[in-house]
Design a protein around this ligand. Structure first.
Ligand SMILES: *Cc1c(COP(=O)(O)O)cnc(C)c1O
Length: 400
């Protein structure tokens, strides 16, 4: 999207504001899908937790995506947005047995990631097909908070527990229809992913009635010019070849599944905020915006570096700024960043604000959550109203 279009949306809907570019969501989806055009059956389950607005989910359905969910509430949002239960996979970690049963009763695909639940579920519901989440113990690159396949990770059933897993399946007579891994975000090295895939193929050979192999996600997206990103075309070509060979060897039709979140929506999102104060101190120039980590926590939480542009003055001379929020504790979006000269009242645009931004927003400091807009066919559609004081009070009870 162009700075002019974003500025017009900031004026129309006010700030702070999240904007999602529908065309970019579709082009990322298509790019991933096209990377696997040589595979007969490909299923892309969009990871709802990245951005869960129901209008965005509706749009995911329009472009052909299915859903990956991690809570019963996400399952419900998916159904509300019009997905059929068969289009949803439920991949929770550490949730109650009742929550898994509830999802199964709604007809969604269950994905189980520990042996005790597997045994309990298989005993009680031997006819419900189940996918199992394997932990291949492969260390994907990236941040420790988002790398989930390594040896100490709480996710998945260890590949070393295969004998126990098989005993449970045999004893309960349960039907395993899928096998899954998710090694975490920020995969830099395709070879590492392919290595993990070999572990999944090996695991798959133990089961005779699989319908799908789910390779999770972890596709890296660029945050700034020159950043490394997963080469989807090369990756697609290599994994497709291997998958097709495996399918032949396996002797049964298989679907290749992925569950990307960030890859689909990160770059489609823009966060727009107004500069309230420009403060010159002895050491730096602060630009304080009408937002904080209550709306965009990733810089403080993961140290993520969102590119920031001054869309009110895109051609201005660049100066160095520290961009900070209004929360009453350390609340820094960026330090020492070159940004076109900022005047109070200017609108700043944060890039890569589609994934894990609004969904992690809170009401800390009793602030309202921002509005959300989907930019589609050249115009902005309001898909979430800005909160009001009534929203803050909802569910609170005064003493008599
Ligand atoms: C979070 C999550 C994803 C999505 O990860 P991205 O890095 O956003 O692509 C996929 N699968 C599972 C099981 C997840 O928990």
């Amino acid at each position: 999207m162009q700075p002019k279009e974003l500025l017009a949306l900031a004026q129309e809907f006010g700030c702070p504001l999240y904007v999602y570019d529908a065309a970019k969501i579709k082009s990322q989806y298509d790019r991933l899908k096209n990377g696997f055009s040589k595979v007969a059956r490909v299923r892309i389950n969009y990871a709802v937790k990245a951005l869960s607005n129901v209008a965005v989910l509706q749009y995911m359905k329009v472009i052909g995506a299915n859903l990956d969910t991690v809570s019963i509430q996400e399952v419900r949002l998916g159904l509300y947005a019009g997905f059929a239960p068969e289009q949803i996979i439920f991949t929770p970690n550490g949730v109650s047995f009742e929550e898994i049963e509830e999802a199964a009763a709604l007809g969604v695909q269950i994905n189980i990631d520990n042996l005790s639940v597997l045994e309990h579920f298989g005993t009680k519901h031997p006819r419900v097909p189940v996918c199992i989440r394997i932990n291949p113990h492969v260390m994907a690159g990236g941040h420790t908070n988002i790398s989930v396949g390594h040896i100490d990770s709480k996710f998945g059933i260890s590949i070393h527990q295969m004998p126990h897993l098989l005993r449970i399946v045999e004893n309960t007579g349960m039907h395993i229809n899928g096998i899954h891994m998710h090694t975490g975000s920020d995969i830099l090295d395709i070879e590492v992913f392919l290595y993990a895939s070999e572990i999944l193929f090996d695991a798959a050979k133990h089961f005779k009635t699989l319908d799908f192999l789910d390779f999770g996600s972890g596709f890296k997206v660029p945050y700034k010019k020159g950043d490394i990103e997963t080469d989807i075309e090369e990756f697609g070509q290599k994994l497709s070849k291997r998958f097709n060979a495996f399918e032949k060897e396996y002797g049964r039709d298989l679907t290749l599944a992925f569950e990307p979140g960030k890859y689909i929506v990160s770059e489609a999102g823009f966060f727009l905020a107004k500069v309230n104060v420009v403060k010159q101190t002895t050491s730096t120039v602060f630009a304080s915006i009408d937002s904080g980590f209550n709306h965009l926590i990733r810089p403080m939480f993961y140290g993520s570096q969102h590119a920031i542009e001054n869309i009110s003055n895109p051609k201005g001379k660049e100066r160095f700024y520290s961009v900070v929020g209004y929360i009453c504790e350390t609340d820094t979006f960026a330090n020492n960043r070159r940004i076109a000269e900022i005047t109070e009242g200017d609108i700043l645009c944060f890039r890569n604000a589609g994934a894990y931004c609004f969904t992690m927003a809170s009401n800390y400091n009793s602030r309202y959550k921002p509005a959300e807009v989907l930019f589609k066919d050249g115009k902005g559609i309001l898909i979430r109203e800005r909160e009001t004081f009534e929203d803050l009070l909802r569910n609170q009870i005064l003493l008599d």
